[in-house]
Design a protein around this ligand. Structure first.
Ligand code: V47
Length: 353
């Protein structure tokens, strides 16, 4: 079948056709992605009031793309006490945060209870806050380090108050690329298995894809198809988040920042490939806020949130360290021609601005 026949009839796109989408010009591709986005959400752009907290940067793994973990290029190891974390959460709630997004490095000696007590203490002090925490990479690391099964770690997360899982650690599923950029970290199969188990317990999660480094277009399409297959089984992914690779202070030598057209094409293609994942998040911390707003015209419908503090991407050069003020955020969405809709972590609408 011709690519346009498939797009017109909303049929599923194969690996072959997914790759072929990149050969369309940006505006033709965008038109089809936007049709899907407008049919689902009209002119709404979703965001949430959230705060990211990264309790430690001391990591047993060496992912070549990472500038956040403490290493020779970032000789600044830290581990927050639970009191410091609770203080940060308190400040965040004063500033309106309804979700705390917690991602830690893979600390070799902190112990499982250091991780789990963070969630327990936050839930005790702030029962209505949504705790989004523990990437599948952290689950896998703790399971291997302390000899637990994935189910045992997931049991502990449930018991201690984790509400949903973030999409981190997926990177690129292709095993060849994975061994080049993050050897030793959770395997693709492990990542998908952990999310499958989490979904089967009735919980939601997100899925990321790190792109713009050494992967090919074919690898990105393969990544999307593996997620689509799991989503067919579980329906547990809320959002797909293509993360634009940031190049500074790390060990992966990539000469150039990816071009805006390729970024927008990838956003549009993810809307078209992932017909069963409700939301496409243009994470402004990695794409810049301006491109994330333009991505709203190319299939994306979400921007993540106000963030308040961002440490992972800003360590690698992104201009996201201080987050964005709510008023600036909603004004930017409005002046871009979209309706700012504050949502909760599970995409229930809270307020239109
Ligand atoms: O998995 C690390 C990425 C991720 C770099 O679920 C980098 O709602 C770009 O997953 N350039 C963690 N990215 C962050 C994450 C996330 C972010 C926002 C929302 C959600 C969600 C999840 O950060 C890691 C890794 O892929 N990352 N280094 C870098 N140099």
């Amino acid at each position: 079948m011709e690519i346009f026949d498939i797009l017109e009839s909303n049929e599923r796109l194969s690996q072959f056709h997914g790759e072929a989408l990149y050969d369309l010009d940006l505006f033709t591709l965008g038109k089809y992605a936007q049709k899907s986005r407008l049919k689902r959400y009209g002119n709404k752009t979703f965001f949430n009031s959230n705060r990211h907290i990264n309790p430690t940067n001391i990591c047993a793994d060496v992912c070549k793309f990472c500038a956040f973990s403490a290493n020779r290029k970032n000789p600044n190891p830290y581990i927050m006490t639970h009191e410091e974390i609770l203080h940060a959460v308190k400040e965040a709630t004063k500033n309106g945060a309804k979700e705390i997004h917690i991602v830690s490095a893979h600390h070799p000696d902190a112990g499982v209870s250091w991780y789990m007590d963070i969630f327990k203490k936050i839930k005790q002090a702030f029962p209505s806050l949504h705790v989004k925490a523990m990437t599948a990479a952290e689950v896998d690391y703790l399971a291997r380090r302390y000899d637990y099964s994935y189910d045992e770690i997931l049991d502990m997360m449930e018991k201690n108050g984790v509400d949903s899982m973030p999409g981190g650690g997926a990177e690129i599923f292709d095993e060849g690329v994975r061994s080049r950029i993050c050897k030793g970290k959770v395997s693709s199969k492990g990542w998908l298995k952990i999310h499958q188990k989490w979904h089967e317990r009735g919980h939601k999660s997100n899925a990321t894809m790190l792109f713009g480094h050494v992967e090919s277009r074919a690898h990105r399409i393969d990544h999307m198809i593996r997620l689509r297959e799991l989503q067919d089984k579980t329906g547990g992914f809320n959002a797909f988040i293509p993360l634009v690779y940031q190049r500074e202070n790390n060990y992966l030598k990539v000469e150039r920042f990816m071009g805006s057209q390729e970024i927008l094409k990838t956003m549009a293609i993810s809307r078209l490939m992932l017909d069963n994942i409700p939301h496409i998040k243009a994470y402004w911390a990695t794409s810049t806020i301006n491109l994330a707003l333009i991505a709203q015209e190319f299939g994306a419908d979400d921007l993540d949130g106000t963030i308040q503090k961002e440490s992972i991407q800003s360590a690698a050069g992104a201009q996201s360290a201080g987050g964005l003020k709510l008023k600036d955020f909603t004004d930017l969405i409005t002046t871009s021609g979209f309706i700012p809709v504050e949502r909760d972590s599970l995409y229930n609408e809270i307020k239109q601005y």
